[in-house]
Design a protein around this ligand. Structure first.
Ligand code: GSH
Length: 244
């Protein structure tokens, strides 16, 4: 499975992802493709400089990730994850379904995935220092949101290992892609958000998710993201590497 830029002069891969290694949204897409065993190529965008291909492929938002499937562009990480699940459905047990089969289960996971984007992401940006805000208050609000997500985990997992049950599902991907950044902002802002003392069940899930073969080389560790923040801090304050 390729995950680097194509500089070989060969024809483009059938599945390409425009994105960045530090982008939690890109990581959602890459984890979904890896879970399904889909060969793909990751085209890394340069921080602070959007490629022509990105601007052409996502003219509405001009953001990554964008999936290019046989050249057809599809933006928005969670939309892409659903697309990947539909295009490469479960077969012979080799590629587990990402979304639950029953409509209610699917709706519940979509509800919580939206909650992750609404409640966790704005807090990460404040704690990273990319937008102004009261850090103690933000850390408190994020802790409350993570507490709710731990409660959701208990309900969704029904005693199994993941939000998705026996295998990684939609909500695992939606929240799990932020684990590196959650750990990074704990270091950057000297706050505690997700550990065994505060959230014992979610912390065990987080370690399990990050160690999964489809995730371990995708979701970056905290120290790499802290370095990234130091290196690109000025740019991150002006472009939206984590969402607004
Ligand atoms: N809702 C979008 C968010 C995508 C997003 O914010 N991407 C960031 C990178 S992590 C980006 O492209 N930032 C550049 C910008 O906002 O100009 C998704 O889920 O894909």
């Amino acid at each position: 499975m390729s995950s680097t830029n194509n500089s070989s002069g060969e024809p483009p891969a059938a599945v390409r992802v425009l994105g960045g290694w530090a982008s939690p949204f890109t990581n959602r897409v890459v984890v979904a493709l890896k879970l399904k065993g889909v060969e793909h190529e990751l085209l890394q965008e340069t921080v602070g400089k959007k490629s022509e291909l990105l601007l052409r492929s996502n003219p509405v938002h001009k953001k990554f990730p964008v999936l290019l499937h046989h050249g057809n562009p599809l933006p928005e990480s969670l939309v892409i994850v659903e697309y990947v699940d539909e295009v490469w459905p479960a077969s012979n047990g080799a590629a587990p379904a990402i979304l639950p089969r029953d409509p209610h289960g699917r709706a519940v996971e979509r509800f919580w995935a939206r909650y992750v984007d609404d409640k966790i992401l704005p807090g990460l940006r404040v704690l990273r220092g990319s937008v102004a805000g009261d850090k103690d208050q933000t850390a408190g609000e994020m802790s409350t949101a993570l507490q709710r997500l731990e409660e959701a985990f208990v309900k969704c997992s029904q005693g199994k290992e993941y939000f998705g049950g026996d295998s990684i599902g939609y909500l695992d991907i939606a929240l799990g892609s932020f684990l590196g950044w959650i750990k990074a902002v704990e270091k950057i802002a000297s706050v505690e958000l997700l550990n065994e003392t505060k959230l014992p069940i979610l912390a065990v899930w987080a370690d399990r998710f990050c160690a999964h073969p489809a995730v371990v080389d995708v979701v970056p560790d905290a120290d790499k993201l802290v370095e990234f923040t130091v290196q690109y801090g000025a740019v991150l304050n002006t472009v939206n590497v984590l969402p607004k």
